[in-house]
Design a protein around this ligand. Sequence first.
Ligand SMILES: [Cu+2]
Length: 660
Amino acid sequence: MDFILGRLSFDSLPKELITQGGAISIVIGGILVVAALIYFKKVGWLWKNWFTTLDAKKIGIMYIAIAVLMLARGAADALMIRAQQALASGDAHGIVSSDTFQQVVSAHGTIMIFFVAMGLMFGLINLVLPLMIGARDVAFPFLNSVSFWLFAAGMILINVSLIVGGFSPGGWLGYPPLTELAYSPGPGVDYWIWALQIAGIGSLLSGINFLVTILKKRAPGMALMKMPIFAWSVLVTTILIIFAFPILTATLGMLGLDRLMGMHFFTATQGGNPMLYINLIWAWGHPEVYILVLPAFGIFSEVVATFSQKRLFGYKTMVGALFAIMILSFIVWLHHFFTMGAGADVNAFFGIMTMVIAIPTGVKVFNWLFTMFGGRIRFKTPMLWFMCFVVTFTLGGLSGVLMAVPAIDFQVHNSLFLVAHFHNVIIGGALFGYFAGLMYWFPKIFGFTLNERIGKYATYCWLVGFLVAFLPLYALGLMGATRRLDHYDGPGWQMLFVIAGCGVLIICLGAALMVLQLIVSIWQRKKNIAGSDPWNGRTLEWSVPSPAPFYNFAITPTVTDRDNFWVEKQAALKHKSTAKLQYEAITLPKNSGVGVIIAAFAFMIGFGLIWHMWWLVVVGFVGVIVSVILRVSNDETEYMITAKHMEQYDKLYKLQEPTV
Ligand SMILES: [Cu+2]
């Protein structure tokens, strides 16, 4: 029996009421979804139109669907953390045990970074990048599908841990020796390792895919210095991914070998070195935070220029700042543990480098403000998110520069001051940026605009909720409250924890209003038809109809300027072109289910390694190899659309357009 099930047994099922509740809700939720699909006969439709798609726009929508689902899971964890810390003062024990609390904190951080932020980022890049550079798709559509499904497989593995086995108590970065076998013998840490390995490989493949897309698939005439800033921010992000993610894969690989094969890379004894792990994980970790925020910076550059109706100020310095941040982000990692005791000289170097990285970031903020200066500003929701960003991100940046001083960091290291800081820059920076992007490009992808009024209320709730939730943590950190406390008896702390809890509830209200906004907008969609250019945009994606056609461009555009669509519109105002459009036949990739199959086998490898079901690991590896061989040996992977068909499709899409 051990050969078949390894260390899996009924004893691996959750024992605590709150985790049993979580497990049951996931199982019932899953059963209901499958039952609904079968009842409404949508299984075939879902497989044919979505699961097997190689269309980057649809893959983007699926990334965002998973990210939103995981945002709900991560928010549930955040509510549990806040409830525990609001209650567990003095003799009170709160709602969960210490071990469960550590698992909830670890799951919250892991899910929010790897499956919410990364999901929204890859989702938006898939939706917009090809359209913005004048391409029909990414460079490797099939690889794009594989990347997405590896991301999905990692996400499922993380959530399966809630049903059987439990999650890691080691924090979102799994510091040894706590994550070594001696201190965490259960499957929790293995879930964390192998789920991130699988999703991480997907991320690396996406990075390569988007880099090649930008370098090889730009429309004729779009020289690099004629590319919109969002495309530049993606270019720099892909370079960061390609150089940083292999560090993560290697580090998690070594920790996995310690746990599976009794090696001693990071053990506290027998020659292992836990600090080596911490250096390696942050050599990936700090570039990672810029991988998350740079695309958000790119989104803000597009949003601010469009809603100020002005060319982006300081285009060249914006590009320069992106590259400065890229290089510097690889030489600041030690600021995460000045307390390691590497010595004043080493700390001084990393402290100064960290302060220096604030300069190119500041250049960006000022360029956005100078773009607004003298502009005709419209405060639509995307622009409102930018305004919130300026407040929260600047606050986060300032507290970051403060902690770049080793002497100050010694006081607040691993305290709630630090927790407030990184939520400030990740929620206030990356997440607010993605929300701005979703509001901005939603009409292009779905063909109708979102309800502005509810959208505005949601934005205000997020901003107020954010400040109420995290400003108290700055104070608590200075009062000595350290991170991951499941119980405390500090004087005057409880009130601040309760206020922070109220803040999270206001944020949840903001999130609920966004859901309401979507439902009401779908309801009113016939009334809110977007048209191809709902915001009076500047870049290429606004030149195609809304929703964007499955082939993106019927005829590949020729680019003369970085605000090409704006320039074309101005020219069209002067004289209407009478040129007849020359349609040509095009080829597009056929849908394929091999991406799903490869990810399913990858899931088997991960699940087998976690539960020591070695046969399952072998089946998984053989399955992945056979699927790849079958795919590469299949040469019928594309289908053609004739010029006549293209003309008809294009007319159809254009016919949908309301006359502006
Ligand atoms: Cu850092």
